[in-house]
Design a protein around this ligand. Structure first.
Ligand SMILES: [Zn+2]
Length: 281
């Protein structure tokens, strides 16, 4: 997809499954089961759609996948697939890991930062050694020292090797990390949960991260049970879903297995999601 002078391409990492009820919070099962049908384990399939944003010499990876540092037990619990994998998706888009110039993260949960570090024998090393990585300050601090409530969502090994290599900068949001790429720290889902704006106000895109995880989670009240501050989540979602609809930004959806792109539009007091005409996948 072209957005201003950027080209956006989905580069999905592996996929996984999470409990449908947890992904849908207080939304009644009779409603969410119709939108995202669960299997017999009550889990729903979730993509890990990272996006490549390319413009001239900038080869930017938005979000960091789940990666392959998972033991057999967790691979089974989360039903983590082998395919496609971030490097295979990059290859399909004509890129190698070494060509990525920047990586921008919305938050540091393990399903958003997991592919950035690879196990190399006993050592851990950055998968994108020529990329500078940007992540919210509070998220990096949570990943390194999570409290008991947050512990299950973070792994220090997703960020420590990047810090050791001098490849990670933190942001507090609201200003560009690169020309044309601006994260906004909203909180709600996690302390530093962010959205990333790409391009101009009148011809831009928004990467939703976990603020709007799929094209089905588009009503402001559809808040995941995972969200650490539901009231903040509602406030942030109501504000940014309205902004995106009014500005006509192209939405990029991380966890949607069927539609990586979509535009939000007002539909009375609700919203609907429409597909762009030209899809690259
Ligand atoms: Zn998350």
């Amino acid at each position: 997809m072209r957005v201003g002078d950027w080209t956006l391409t989905p580069v999905p990492d592996r996929s996984f499954r999470l409990d449908g009820g947890a992904m849908w919070g207080v939304v009644p099962a009779t409603m969410w089961r119709a939108l995202t049908p669960p299997d017999e384990s009550n889990t729903i399939p979730l993509a890990l759609n990272c996006f490549l944003a390319e413009r001239g010499d900038d080869v930017v990876l938005i979000e960091g996948g789940i990666g392959d540092r998972w033991n057999e037990k967790l691979t089974r619990i989360y039903r983590i697939t082998d395919d496609p994998g971030i490097e295979a998706s990059l290859a399909a888009a004509g890129r190698k890991a070494s060509e990525i110039t920047s990586v921008v993260l919305t938050h540091c949960h393990w399903d958003h930062a997991g592919s950035l570090v690879v196990q190399d024998g006993e050592a851990l090393r950055p998968r994108f050694p020529n990329a500078h990585h940007y992540a919210p300050e509070i998220e990096v601090s949570n990943a390194l020292n999570p409290d008991p409530v947050r512990r299950a969502s973070y792994r220090a090994d997703d960020v420590q090797p990047l810090l050791d290599a001098g490849l990670l900068s933190t942001y507090t949001g609201g200003s560009e990390v690169l020309p044309g790429i601006t994260p906004h720290v909203l909180g709600g889902h996690s302390d530093g949960s962010s959205v990333i704006r790409i391009g101009a106000d009148d011809d831009g895109a928004i990467f939703w991260g976990d603020v709007v995880p799929t094209t089905h989670h588009i009503q402001p009240a559809y808040i995941m049970a995972y969200d650490i501050d539901a009231a903040r989540s509602f406030e942030a979602r109501a504000e940014w879903i309205a902004k995106a609809a009014d500005a006509g930004w192209l939405g990029c959806f991380y966890h949607d297995p069927d539609r990586p792109f979509g535009y939000l539009e007002r539909d009375g007091k609700r919203y609907r999601c429409t597909a762009p005409d030209q899809m690259t996948v």
